[in-house]
Design a protein around this ligand. Structure first.
Ligand code: ZN
Length: 72
């Protein structure tokens, strides 16, 4: 069993020539599955980077607020 990239459960079964998910019904050929997995990975990475960017921005704002507040 492999992890289904769609629902995240280890319900993906090889039924030649397809991978079939018994949970959500996803049916993919081997290369399609690999494509989907790498796409999902990329999406997750981009989301992480966005979150990181937001954190950085928040920290900068906090510092600025602190800095501005200090002057008055
Ligand atoms: Zn699934």
């Amino acid at each position: 069993m492999r992890e289904c990239p769609e629902c995240g459960f280890f319900t993906l079964k090889w039924e030649s020539p397809f991978y079939v998910c018994s949970k959500c019904g996803l049916t993919l050929r081997r290369h399609e599955l690999n494509e989907l997995i790498s796409r999902k990975k990329r999406e997750r990475l981009e989301r992480d980077l966005q979150e990181e960017g937001k954190e950085k921005y928040k920290r900068q704002r906090e510092y600025l607020d602190w800095y501005m507040g200090k002057g008055s």
